[in-house]
Design a protein. Sequence first.
Length: 202
Amino acid sequence: MDSINRNYRIYSVLQFVLAVAIFGTVCFIFSNSMRTGADSSGMSRAVQDFLQSLLRRLGHPAAAARLTEHMVRKAAHFCEYTMEGFFLLLGTRLFTHKLRFLSWPVLLGLLTALCDETIQLFYAGRGSSVTDVWIDMAGVVCGLFVALVLLLIVRAIGAFHRIKKENRRLRAERERLLREQEEDRISAQPPHHENPNRRELL
């Protein structure tokens, strides 16, 4: 009973953490959509300068020169939605074990992308782009794939430990049965009586 209550508490905590993570990710995406074109461009240039500086330190000046603000903006779209897809799959996975649960993260990711592009229409210097929606959805799919791989790894590790535990239990049971058989064999042997004629000879 204590084990069931503990598992339920862990399950509830995971649900809460993932719900907060999903909500926080969506808020972060929408907050970036609500920036004006000048603000958004300034953030992209700051990230671009940082990445260019990092690439130069790592000895890749040619890659730093090829890195553009446009590439940074599109990569930011992809990374945002990769994170959302990752959390969405883990979150929905807590509610069902059936394979059709994959449709929910995809639909929610698409809805977020459409809302994201719609919000940008109402801010100066921003606009909506079908290309961005495709990039966003590619990020969602990538996040789903990463989460699925993680779940498979966790399941494989759990199965390995269960098999190992079961093997230890079977070995202990086998040793116990062998001990019992040995004890039964010893107890079934007739008692050894000394030959009285031999005592007289001695």
